[in-house]
Design a protein around this ligand. Structure first.
Ligand SMILES: [Zn+2]
Length: 108
């Protein structure tokens, strides 16, 4: 198990989340505001990245469309987290919610 802690400005969260989550297989992600609400603390637990052959988000090719801060999309390494969950966890630009995300396991 890998534990990753990141402290950054709110505006940097989407780009940093994509870069980090695209290099591991996250099992949980939590975003909390810190420093009087001006910065974000990301706590990610993860495993080493798999080959994504059974991934429902990227259809097995390990790549997915990612929304950039300017609103355009680009193919980037898959994070294994679908759009709605990225939005709910606050990992996309202008995402207001901060739900904790956990990877669903077969027994869920
Ligand atoms: Zn994937």
């Amino acid at each position: 198990m890998i534990e990753i802690r990141i402290l950054c400005d709110h505006a940097d969260v989407p780009r940093i989340a994509q870069a980090v989550l695209g290099s591991v297989d996250a099992t949980a992600v939590r975003r909390t505001p810190v420093a009087g609400g001006t910065r974000s603390n990301l706590l990610i637990t993860a495993e080493h990245r798999s080959d994504h052959t059974d991934c429902p988000v990227c259809d097995g090719d390990g790549m997915t469309l990612w929304i950039l801060p300017n609103g355009t999309e680009q193919r980037r390494p898959c994070t294994g987290i679908d759009y709605e969950d990225l939005l709910a966890t606050g990992l996309l630009p202008h995402a207001p919610r901060r739900d904790v995300w956990h990877r669903h396991t077969p027994q869920d």
